[in-house]
Design a protein around this ligand. Structure first.
Ligand code: PEP
Ligand code: MN
Length: 333
């Protein structure tokens, strides 16, 4: 249930309404927007009479909502959320590009790529230290050492760091990380979502699971938010379909739909969505044109010898060209 507050309502009246809701075991979430103030009711509203609430002086109207996600729901929070990622904003008109290798391989590599993507206009650095790999025999990432190398790259370039957390026990090493990525394979690891949401208010980049519906993605965001962290960024990275020509099938239209359903920023990953470096440029441009709040792009200094995802990694030169095209699209829009 959503309660729309009348314009010009006294704060004390709104507080009394919130008190009334709390006395009925309903947590009121107030959202003061540019046009409207609303109160989202989280809890069992079945026993609350909407007519009674609507009759109150401060109340403009009451809406029942059907969706099971509340905190992530745009109805609860009409304005776009702007998420601060170590000083770089994303959402609500702030566009941000996260770039870097799939995995951190050495300090020289990550610092070098960080400098190159920064020169091309990237605003954040990505690099996996804990890697979810299909094969247990494949490179698993450098772990804590990889995080230290990311820190060195941050020190050198000032770019905030985005990196994946797979196991909550490793979070103690993430102090210098600016955005915690929860990967596609862990999107429905509900314990991890609850733990990380309760532990930190650092932004969480939540990637859509490869067979997850939009509602499931939003419910996973809800887990993080209900645990105490409102700073979630959604990521569309392609889903698995019958098509095998591409690594995944990019569901680009969801950017528009997610913006309608939720106030959270939405970024697109053209690298995992396609699996082919030659496609990343056009898909990144398309994602920008459709209105994504940002991109996450894999860039490697030597893709042919990458320890992970070389085939889909752009070289720094390719990335610079893509950034120039993105800038044109953004100014045209
Ligand atoms: C990644 O970003 O390198 C990654 C593993 O992504 P995803 O979880 O989307 O597969
Ligand atoms: Mn990857």
């Amino acid at each position: 249930m959503i309660i729309v507050i009348k314009k010009g309502a006294e704060p004390a009246q709104v507080e009394r309404l919130k008190e009334l809701l709390r006395s009925r075991n309903i947590a009121p979430h107030e959202s003061v927007g540019s046009l409207q103030t609303i109160i989202g009711c989280v809890g069992d509203v079945a026993h609350l009479d909407p007519g009674l609430i609507e009759a109150l002086d401060v109340v403009e109207s009451v809406q029942r909502i059907q969706e099971p996600y509340k905190a992530a729901n745009r109805k609860f929070h009409p304005d776009d959320s702007v998420v601060d990622c170590g000083g770089v904003k994303i959402g609500g008109g702030h566009f941000s590009v996260i770039a870097g290798p799939c995995s951190v391989e050495s300090e020289e590599q990550i610092v070098g790529v960080a400098k190159q993507v920064k020169a091309a206009g990237a605003t954040m650095l990505r690099g996996g230290a804990f890697k979810p790999r299909t094969s247990p025999y494949a490179f698993q990432g450098l772990g804590k050492e990889g995080l230290d190398m990311l820190s060195a790259a941050k020190k050198e370039t000032g770019l905030p760091i985005v990196t994946e957390l797979m196991d909550f026990k490793d979070v103690e090493h993430f102090n210098d990380v600016d955005v915690i990525q929860i990967g596609a394979r862990n999107m429905q690891n509900f314990n991890l979502l609850k733990e990380v949401g309760a532990y930190t208010k650092k932004p969480i980049l939540l990637k859509r699971g490869m067979s997850a519906t939009l509602q499931e993605l939003l419910m996973s965001a809800e887990y993080v938010m209900a645990s105490g962290n409102p700073n979630v960024i959604l990521c569309e990275r392609g889903i698995r379909t019958f098509e095998t020509a591409l690594r995944n099938t990019l569901d680009l239209g969801v950017v528009t739909l997610l913006h309608r359903l939720s106030h959270l920023p939405v970024v697109v990953d053209p690298s995992h969505a396609t699996g082919h470096a030659f496609m990343v440029d056009s898909v990144a441009v398309a994602a920008t044109a459709i209105g994504a709040d940002g991109l996450i792009v894999e860039v490697h200094n030597d893709p042919a010898h990458a320890k992970c995802d070389g085939a889909q990694s752009q070289t720094p030169a390719m990335f610079a060209k893509t950034m120039a095209r993105i800038a044109k699209i953004r100014s045209a829009l």
